[in-house]
Write a protein that binds this ligand. Structure first.
Ligand SMILES: [Zn+2]
Length: 370
């Protein structure tokens, strides 16, 4: 394919070749392109790494708590918006529900991607969260028990766990999960600054939808947000410009070097206004937002291509915005073969037109049907 290619060393105007039959990038050839080059005027498509969404619940009318067919459907919808790999994100739910769901979703994680995004694993959002900061999570928050946690881990490849560190037993849980290479994120929490810093010292690695459903930064009580801004290297943020004010995103960009985007997308992504399922709850999509009946924001309708456009709209360069939807989430999970356009990496690629709309997506070298 031909165009302006975003590589780790900057833009190259040239050609990207697939390594036939392997799903990987063969070689990239061309000449360095100046960031000032007017790509649009030259009519050259921009070729960027596929997007990696580490927090997404649904899309295309499907919610992954409904099982494997729903997960495949949401992976298709998000691939059409440039997402080439994702973590299926579960809702807080009773053990009997999580048992069935994780076993179902675990099967899809072991499949080839088909015509959707690669499902890299599971993001367990709860159940070990604070019942005082549920956000849109149902009231099934629980205190962790070691055997139950190990049981969940045996059902599916869990890569990320969101928990509230102030819940009794969670510090020990953080250490246990971190030892197994699982990224522990603080979220749905009323943790004090000190409790959040304690969690980071026990191995927590990130923060879940920074600012939303967590103790805010007050100047004498810096809370979980203060701990994130003062200490985090990685954190999620939802850049739909409804969950977080652009000024708060800019503040986080100055403080957290590897701030990366997630959609927290729901079944309502890519769908008309109306009612949708979010786990066991019903949510309503209207004016680009998804809410519970009481008005609480309940996930989003965001897709990763819109996240990229929103970052550019608030002032980021396309290269910086791209890193925050592809390279940094890959780095966070230690995925050396994704998130960068380099020879030997998976051919996870998005082609953007002059308006930064997705013209084509390739997942491991296969073009996603429109
Ligand atoms: Zn979520």
């Amino acid at each position: 394919m031909d165009g302006c290619i975003l590589t780790p060393d900057g833009w190259i105007d040239g050609k990207l070749h697939f390594d036939t039959g392997t799903g990987r990038i063969g070689r990239i050839e061309g000449t360095p392109a100046s960031p000032a080059t007017p790509f649009a005027a030259a009519g050259r498509p921009r070729i960027v790494p596929g997007f990696i969404d580490l927090h997404v619940h649904g899309g295309g009318g499907a919610d992954c708590m409904e099982g494997s067919a729903a997960l495949r459907a949401m992976a298709r919808l998000h691939a059409q918006h440039g997402t080439t790999s994702l973590l299926a994100t579960t809702m807080t739910a009773p053990r009997a529900v999580l048992d069935v769901t994780l076993a179902e979703l675990g099967r899809v994680c072991r499949e080839a991607p088909g015509d959707g995004a690669r499902v890299l694993g599971i993001h367990l959002e709860g159940p070990y969260i604070n019942p005082a900061r549920l956000g849109a999570q149902p009231d099934a928050a629980a205190v962790p028990v070691r055997d139950e946690v190990l049981h969940y881990l045996s059902l599916a490849p869990v890569r990320v766990v969101t928990l509230a560190p102030e819940i009794q037993g969670d510090l020990a849980l953080i250490a246990l999960l971190a030892e197994r290479g699982i990224r522990v994120q603080l979220g749905h929490t009323v943790a004090s600054y000190e409790q959040a810093v304690g969690a980071l010292e026990h191995g927590a690695a990130g923060f879940t939808h920074l600012y939303n459903a967590m103790s805010p930064l007050l100047h004498r009580a810096p809370g979980a947000v203060g701990a994130a801004l003062a200490h985090a290297r990685f954190s999620e943020v939802i850049p739909d410009l409804l969950h977080v004010h652009p000024g708060a995103i800019r503040a986080a960009l100055r403080a957290i070097p590897r701030l990366y985007c997630v959609t927290d997308g729901t079944a309502a992504c890519g769908m008309p206004d109306g009612d949708y399922k979010l786990g066991s709850q019903t949510v309503n999509k209207c004016l680009g937002a998804v809410r519970l009946a009481d008005g609480t924001l309940a996930g989003s309708t965001l897709t990763m291509d819109q996240a990229l456009r929103n970052l550019v709209a608030i002032g980021l360069s396309l290269a910086d915005a791209s890193a925050r939807v592809s390279r940094y989430p890959a780095e966070y999970l230690g995925l050396g073969e994704r998130g960068n356009l380099v020879a030997g990496a998976f051919a996870d690629i998005v082609i953007l037109d002059a308006d930064l709309a997705v013209a084509a997506t390739y997942v491991e070298g296969r073009r996603v049907p429109a």
